[in-house]
Design a protein around this ligand. Structure first.
Ligand SMILES: Nc1nc(=O)c2c([nH]1)NC[C@@H]1CN(c3ccc(C(=O)N[C@@H](CCC(=O)O)C(=O)O)cc3)C=[N+]21
Length: 282
């Protein structure tokens, strides 16, 4: 078997086309352009690239982005104050704080300074809780993008055994909960898991979200499984792609899979936030 491609580039383009129309309508209706504020701390080149891509995608759909770049040495308090200011700014619809922040900063405290109504990247406790209770809040961008990609290809999830590798608060943990909400049977694996290969071999759906290139070997994959690779360390995935593609029924490439879906989710949630802000004003 050779796997079919879950084409995140194509599906994200469809989403961004739809958002472009929504933005156009929003501007005509409300006489202003939606604004996404991006906050980047420090000078990690990969983080700069991602934030630039997000700003470019904003421009492409007709939204404005406001870039805030902060020195790597700033304190948690200063970062929190900056983000609170954006949360209080009526011109800002969405706020993205690029992860990771330098180690001396309390990243959780910084995320929590994002007003829930502006949490278009889905990183706050409020968003986590609404996601977990299926109450329609903003989804964490990568998990939301993964679900949209699976849905675009009508991948069945009910009753399937999904194995999520990784348990980070904005990726592994929430994607497992979204799969659970769709009636998958979910197993979480992580750095302390014993016999990872044996778990992967049981999976109908594998979601790899650890950031360790080629941690997951192709010959672990159960024939016919769906493989979603959310790894992006050094621009390579967590899955040994060629060997996995020989066994899988569907697979996400890196690049061109989960990455573009993450950005599309962020952008789609930003126009939604803008509409909700206008509704609150009315
Ligand atoms: N608060 C926060 N939210 C995030 O969503 C977030 C984050 N922090 N920190 C870093 C990760 C990483 N991330 C990516 C987004 C798009 C691509 C992407 O589109 N990559 C292209 C290739 C990139 C290239 O060509 O260089 C692709 O996969 O096709 C990758 C990685 C979002 N992240």
């Amino acid at each position: 078997m050779t796997a079919k491609i879950l084409d995140g580039r194509a599906i994200s383009a469809t989403i961004l086309d739809r958002v472009t129309k929504e933005v156009d309508e929003f501007v005509r209706e409300h006489g202003r352009v939606p604004v996404l504020a991006t906050v980047l701390v420090g000078d990690d080149p990969a983080s700069h690239t991602y934030v630039r891509m997000k700003a470019n995608r904003c421009a492409k759909v007709g939204m404005q982005s406001r870039r805030i770049e902060l020195d790597a040495t700033i304190s948690t308090e200063t970062l929190v104050a900056q983000i609170r200011q954006l949360s209080a700014d009526p011109e800002v619809d969405g706020i993205l704080l690029q992860h990771p922040v330098p180690e001396h900063i309390d990243e959780r405290a910084a995320f929590e300074a994002i007003a829930p109504s502006k949490d278009v990247d889905g990183v706050t406790r409020t968003s986590f809780a609404t996601m977990a209770f299926d109450e329609g809040g903003f989804h964490s961008a990568t998990p939301g993008g993964i679900m949209a990609l699976l849905d675009a290809y009508d991948i069945p999830l009910a009753g399937k055994h999904a194995v999520v590798v990784g348990r980070s608060p904005i990726l592994g943990k929430p994607v497992g909960m979204l799969l659970l909400a769709r009636d998958a049977t979910v197993t979480y694996c992580h750095s302390r898991t014993v016999a990872l290969a044996d778990h992967i071999a049981q999976a109908d759906v594998v979601v790899a979200a650890v950031g360790r290139p080629e941690l997951i070997r192709g010959d672990w994959i159960k024939p016919g499984a769906v493989v979603v690779d959310a790894g992006y360390a050094d621009n390579s995935g967590d899955v040994e792609y060629d060997a996995a593609a020989e066994r899988a029924s569907w697979i996400t490439p890196v690049p061109g899979g989960v990455g573009p879906m993450t950005i599309a989710t962020l952008i789609a949630q930003t126009i939604r936030a803008a509409y909700e802000h206008e509704r609150e004003k009315a």
